[in-house]
Structures are given as structure tokens and as C-alpha cells.
Design a binder for this molecule. Structure first.
Ligand SMILES: [Fe+2]
Ligand SMILES: [Fe+2]
Length: 283
């Protein structure tokens, strides 16, 4: 498998307000997302289960179960508290609880003076991982995402594991376009089930469109990192890709083990979260 190299992004060109995020802050680290060099058995095992069991039938069932429904009411801050107890088994670069990652991303955006909605997005982008609280296994919560209902791309990490997925041999689902029309747009594509899609539906009416879009596709690495599945995207997706890249830059390159005074930082984020989400949400 090819090594994952940093794609240098010209974030400065996104919008005038983002000029603070300049080359000076560009973190180059070719070791991130190296699934060969940093082999961790739990990461491989999570992807094996993910690629074997994320089928069209599974995704449709999860969409029905979780979108527009409610298991429990939590404030966004209560979800932040839960993130203190969850570690992502699919991430070769992160071994500490999710709340640390949330703070690292938020703090990097704050340092670069991004708008408040983006700092919030940096902090909450992985909060869909609360799915684990409802009993979902890691392979249905974390990891890179990809479309189901059409051929699995070799650009997906550990593509060899798809050979045990029933859809791999199903002629309805294993052609280039499968159940989709050319350039139908990603909003018409069923993505493998996980924290991105879940959180998107919880926040889509409360945050700016570009923030929601980035949250929805931030784990779609085969597309935003490798350019796979462009045949399913439309002009809207092309226009919005820069926002995924903006979030991704902070999401990926702020993961490290440096010490952090969590308790000192939390009050700022509590205020920020309550500004955008004053009421409990249906989870
Ligand atoms: Fe994520
Ligand atoms: Fe993340």
C-alpha cells in the first residue's frame, strides 16, 4: 500500500477571513495515516470488520435507525463529557481519549483565528462517535468512509478486506456506478455508516452549510485525499471540497502526545458549545 503523504493545501485562497491559516502553520508530517509503518493490530482488525460488514443493507438499516430518531436527549456538552471515555480503535495516530483530540483540533483553529463556527466544528467534529454509547461496535462508528452500492475503490485503506463483503460479488452493487447515476452528487450517495453521517444529521440545521458539509465527509479519505469517486460528485461537491480539506488539515495534523491542560481549556469550549447548542438534542 502506498504511503500517505501530506497534500499541501492552499488554504489561504479559500476566503479572506482565513488568511491567518498560512503556510507558517502548515504542519508537514508524512508519518500520519501510515497504515503500513504504524501497524496496530486493533486498527487492522477494525477495518477488517468494517469492510466485511458495511453493505447496502446494513447502511440502509442504520440510516433508518438513527436519522430523524431519538434514543436519548443529551446536550452537546454532555456528549463532550462522554468523549472523555472513548478511544478510536481505527486511528493509528491517536491513542488518547477523544476529548484530547477535540481540544487539539479546536485549539489549533482558535490559534489561527478561524471563525467561531469552525472552532466549534473542530471541537465537535467527532462527537458522532457517541454511537458507541448506544452499543454500536467500533467498525460501525469510526474509520474512513466510502460509498456503498457501487464498486469499492482500491483507494480505500486495506481494500483487500472487501473480498469478504457480500456486496463485492453482487452485480447490483459492484460496477463503477452501481445504483447511482453519473455525477449524482454525494448527497444522493449512501456512505458507509459511521460518526460523520450521524453527526451531520444532528447539526445540519444549526451550523453553517460549509461546516456541516465538512463534518459529513471528513472521513471520506478515498475522495478528499485520493480523488476516488469523483464520478459520483457534482458541481456542488466540487465547490465544497475545500471545506473538507480545511477541517482535515487540522483534524489530521494536530494529533500528538504533547501534554495539555484539559481542565483549563474546557470552560472556553463549554461556552462555545452552549452558544451554538443551548438546548438538548435528540441523539
Ligand atoms: Fe472523525
Ligand atoms: Fe477527528
Amino acid at each position: 500500500m502506498k504511503k500517505y503523504y501530506l497534500i499541501l493545501l492552499n488554504i489561504v485562497s479559500i476566503a479572506p477571513g482565513y488568511a491567518a491559516f498560512s503556510q507558517a502553520n502548515t504542519i508537514q508530517d508524512a508519518n500520519k495515516r501510515d497504515f503500513e509503518k504504524n501497524i496496530v493490530e486493533s486498527v487492522k482488525e477494525t477495518y477488517k470488520e468494517n469492510h466485511t460488514q458495511q453493505t447496502v443493507a446494513f447502511v440502509l438499516q442504520k440510516e433508518q435507525q438513527y436519522i430523524g430518531t431519538c434514543r436519548k436527549k443529551f446536550t452537546m456538552w454532555e456528549v463532550a463529557e462522554l468523549m472523555k471515555t472513548f478511544t478510536d480503535a481505527s486511528d493509528p495516530d491517536l491513542t488518547r481519549p477523544q476529548i484530547i483530540h477535540a481540544l487539539q483540533v479546536g485549539e489549533a483553529m482558535r490559534k489561527d483565528k478561524l471563525p467561531r463556527a469552525w472552532i466549534l466544528a473542530g471541537f465537535i467534529h467527532d462527537f458522532g462517535k457517541i454511537l458507541y454509547y448506544f452499543g454500536e461496535p467500533q467498525w460501525a462508528v469510526v474509520g474512513d468512509t466510502f460509498p456503498v452500492g457501487c464498486a469499492f475503490s482500491d483507494a480505500i485503506v486495506y481494500p483487500e478486506y472487501f473480498k469478504d463483503n457480500p456486496d463485492f460479488f453482487d452485480i447490483r452493487f459492484n460496477s463503477r456506478f452501481g445504483i447511482y447515476q453519473p455525477h449524482c452528487g454525494l448527497s444522493n450517495v449512501h456512505m458507509s455508516w459511521g460518526h460523520d453521517e450521524y453527526l451531520y444529521h444532528k447539526v445540519k440545521d444549526r451550523l453553517p452549510e460549509e461546516v456541516c458539509y465538512a463534518i459529513r465527509y471528513h472521513s471520506f479519505y478515498p475522495y478528499h485525499e485520493k480523488g476516488a469517486y469523483e464520478h459520483l460528485t457534482n458541481d456542488y461537491d466540487k465547490k465544497m471540497l475545500k471545506w473538507i480539506n480545511l477541517l482535515n488539515k487540522y483534524d489530521l495534523y494536530t494529533k500528538d502526545d504533547s501534554p495539555m491542560d484539559i481542565e483549563a481549556l474546557l470552560p472556553y469550549y463549554k461556552k462555545l458549545v452552549e452558544e451554538f447548542f443551548p438546548e438538548p438534542l435528540n441523539w
